[in-house]
Design a protein around this ligand. Structure first.
Ligand code: SAM
Ligand code: DTB
Ligand code: SF4
Length: 367
């Protein structure tokens, strides 16, 4: 594995655009089948009401957004969604929960059941549930979880401008716990949150320095959602996305780069350049977790047009078996941090949220 420096990654990023795409496409062809793109479908199994203050997220309870808090989906609901996703070419179902961290409670036991249900459909099962202890990671692995998604989102420095309720170190610790449980790691970030290009590249350096590097790296463009502190962020240009995908491709040659949130505002031509530059996966399905995504049938038409076929499940790693007699790992509870510094925009939008909820309550009791 090559040890990258920030200077080297910056040089890659600043390569003249067509030269960069050509180099990335060459790396892509050496390590991956360029005719295939893997399809993942997202499913929010527990939506909204999250205690964190992530400035980008419509599911943070403190902000006033259109997202409503919902109970956990049942095994039947998840099975139906998974079967539909599979019939439309998805090899992976990624289940998301709006949690800060996993707790050893009945909700977690339910997630264990959900993982087994989807594994039995011969799909790759991924989950994104927040911070995770080693013991919890092992439980998920034994239930047949294939991948765990936990994004670093941005550089360590810029993370402090976006989230005050948890620390970067805890993200890295969780990724380490996932590795110890021998699951594949899915970790990437978001561009377009007001960060500098250097923050994006520092994040890539941190990801590329993990040994082994993550098996999948999602690159999201911010979906600026009304009511969140980042609601007024200007969208990134497609050229920034192409540069980011190409640079990720070059610095982590074996990873599958996922063209993630933000595709609704990209043209087919823009996405085609991302695939050429090494994106080997997308999130498909009419919804991401809570926000819109391109129509599935339009995506399949795009695949046809570009001569792409969906990757079969378990093309890169074996299907994990479900271990009913799980091997015991000492159940240590992790001490997750809470930095608690003030982020002005997050404080302002929290106050706006409180005020709007207070007004709704007052109006309700007046009627
Ligand atoms: N609560 C868990 C956590 O934060 O790890 C899992 C769910 S969380 C919604 C998963 C990821 O979605 C975040 O880490 C972030 O990268 C991405 N995400 C959330 N809101 C987004 C937005 N508005 N635009 C782009 N990506 C977003
Ligand atoms: C990832 O990197 N992006 C996905 C998935 N991993 C969990 C989530 C995108 C969420 C976009 C905002 C929403 O739909 O709520
Ligand atoms: Fe909660 Fe995850 Fe959204 Fe942060 S990104 S508010 S932890 S659901």
């Amino acid at each position: 594995m090559k040890h990258w420096t920030l200077a080297e990654i910056t040089e890659v990023y600043n390569t003249p655009l067509l030269e960069l795409v050509f180099k990335a496409a060459s790396v892509h062809r050496q390590h991956h089948n360029p005719k295939e793109v893997q399809i993942s479908t997202l499913l929010s199994i527990k939506t909204g009401g999250c205690p964190e203050d992530c400035a980008y997220c419509p599911q943070a309870a403190r902000y006033f957004t259109d997202v409503e808090k919902n109970d956990m989906l049942s095994a039947e609901q998840v099975e139906t969604a998974a079967k539909r996703a599979k019939s439309l070419g998805s090899s992976r179902l990624c289940m998301g929960a709006a949690w800060r961290n996993v707790k050893d409670d009945e909700d977690f036991e339910h997630v264990i059941e959900l993982v087994k249900t989807v594994n039995k459909l011969d799909m790759e099962v991924c989950a994104t549930l927040g911070m995770l202890s080693e013991h919890q990671a092992k439980r998920l692995a034994d239930a047949g979880l294939y991948a765990y998604n936990h994004n670093l989102d941005t550089s360590e420095d810029y993370y402090k401008e976006i989230i005050s309720t948890r620390g970067y170190e805890d993200r890295l610790k969780t990724l380490d716990n996932v590795r110890k449980a021998k699951m594949t790691v899915c970790s990437g970030g978001i561009i377009g949150m007001g960060e500098a290009v250097a923050d994006r590249l520092k994040m890539l350096l941190t990801l590329a320095s993990l040994n082994p590097q993550p098996e999948s790296v999602p690159i999201n463009a911010l979906v600026a959602v009304e009511g969140t502190p980042l609601e007024n962020q200007q969208p990134i240009s497609i050229w920034e996305m192409i540069r980011m995908v190409a640079t990720t491709r070059i610095v982590m040659p074996n990873s599958v780069v996922r063209l993630s949130a933000g595709r609704t505002s990209m043209t087919i031509e823009g996405q085609a350049l991302c695939f050429l530059a090494g994106a080997g996966s997308i999130f498909a399905g009419d919804k991401l977790l809570t926000t819109p995504n391109p129509d599935v049938f339009q995506d399949l038409e795009m695949f046809n047009l570009l001569g792409l076929t969906p990757t079969e499940p378990f093309a890169k790693h074996e299907q994990p078996s479900i271990k009913e007699e799980a091997v015991e790992v000492a159940n240590q509870t992790e001490k997750w941090t809470r930095p608690g510094h003030q982020i002005e925009a997050n404080v302002t939008y929290t106050k706006v949220g409180q005020e709007k909820r207070r007004k709704i309550k007052a109006d309700e009791s007046a009627n």
